[in-house]
Design a protein around this ligand. Structure first.
Ligand SMILES: [Fe+2]
Length: 351
């Protein structure tokens, strides 16, 4: 398999990087530990480690991991820097349809956040935990370390959805020892079946189908293949402080993997068109590069044409979506109105 480099860092049309913040140093800011167990997509079985599987680059299988038990990524010093950045960026809080409050674009304002999301040591650690996929940061820089903030208001902190990024690293950034509710809950079924259950039970899927995902204490993380699992965060009944999580988003380095990206969900953001175009160009480039430099016999003309067609299709889809001639919206369950929306945008990295 070729080593495909990560998508480039982009500038922002408005934001510039803060000048006065610590320089990211993995020796100081990381304290990587292993999860005690992982849960696999296959029958949602709990095992001590994800089995290692040798995959061909042309496989479109995303990986076996459902989610992990809590583990640590940042050291105490790293966590303090992250809290400082969250505190500084409070002015950029926003709302959307299905989440409560979030802060995006941290990866356009902070070099530290950029380096944390792109850190090879973190990427290698997380990739080993998946057992079989090499992770890279997503091309959508807007989602680098998105901050989600939940308050007690009687509604799901986030509604049932699947993510439109393949993998998420969720970091707990507030003390929830005195919080009642606000649980990350998943449906232990293949996602299509899960959404049937959600509709059938009007958003209140019986406990026999669901599982609360253990999140750990402050500064603990879980890694989850949220694109494959229907999940929500239950309402917060009471709390001593808001529920804050930080979400790093990752994709596999396999340019043939199923593309979970949903442009329509965030197309109103000022950087969406360029980010999504870069994402599709990254995939098309990877597909062509594999043909040119992969470890296989010299390609036939038919194989060259097949790869060209794949790459053209990626770019054509981007052009359709960015020009608004097509939509890639998918559904989510609206708790307030008790209905499954198939015609509205879905959340991406909310936890
Ligand atoms: Fe999510």
């Amino acid at each position: 398999m070729n080593t495909i480099s990560m998508p480039p860092l982009l500038p922002h049309p408005t934001f510039t990087l803060y000048q006065h913040e610590p320089i990211y140093d993995p020796d100081i800011h990381l304290s990587l530990t292993e999860p005690d167990y992982v849960v696999l997509l296959d029958k949602f079985q709990r095992v001590s480690k994800t089995p290692k599987v040798d995959r061909s680059v042309t496989s479109n299988v995303d990986g076996q991991l459902a989610y992990t038990s809590p583990f640590q990524v940042l050291s105490d010093k790293g966590y303090r820097v992250l809290l400082m950045i969250i505190d500084r960026d409070q002015a950029y809080q926003k709302n959307d349809d299905i989440a409560t409050v979030h802060i995006r674009d941290c990866g356009y304002r902070s070099k530290w956040i950029q380096d944390f999301n792109r850190c090879p040591r973190v990427l290698n650690h997380l990739s080993k935990i998946t057992g079989d996929v090499q992770l890279l940061p997503v091309a959508y820089q807007i989602f680098y370390s998105q901050v989600n903030i939940g308050f007690p208001n009687g509604l799901n902190v986030t509604q049932y959805h699947c993510d439109s990024v393949p993998y998420v690293l969720l970091l707990r950034a507030s003390d929830m020892n005195k919080t009642i509710g606000g649980d990350l809950e998943m449906i232990e079924r293949e996602s299509k079946e899960a959404f049937h259950l959600i509709e059938q039970h009007k958003g209140e899927v019986p406990d026999e189908y669901t599982r609360k995902i253990e999140y750990g204490d402050i500064n603990s993380c879980i890694l989850m293949q949220g694109s494959r699992i229907a999940h929500r965060v239950t309402p917060i009944d009471s709390c001593s402080e808001p529920r804050i999580t930080v979400v790093n988003s990752y994709m596999t380095n396999n340019p043939y993997a199923f593309d979970y990206a949903r442009y329509s969900f965030y197309k109103k953001e000022s950087t969406a068109a360029l980010e999504y175009a870069m994402h599709k160009v990254w995939r098309a480039n990877g597909q062509m590069l594999e043909l040119a430099t992969g470890d296989h016999p010299y390609p036939t003309n038919d194989e060259i044409i097949e790869h060209l067609t794949m790459a053209i299709d990626e770019l054509t889809q981007a052009r359709h979506l960015i020009s608004d001639s097509k939509s890639d919206q998918i559904g989510y369950f609206d708790q307030k109105n008790q209905e499954l929306h198939n015609d509205r945008s879905v959340d991406t990295t909310m936890m």
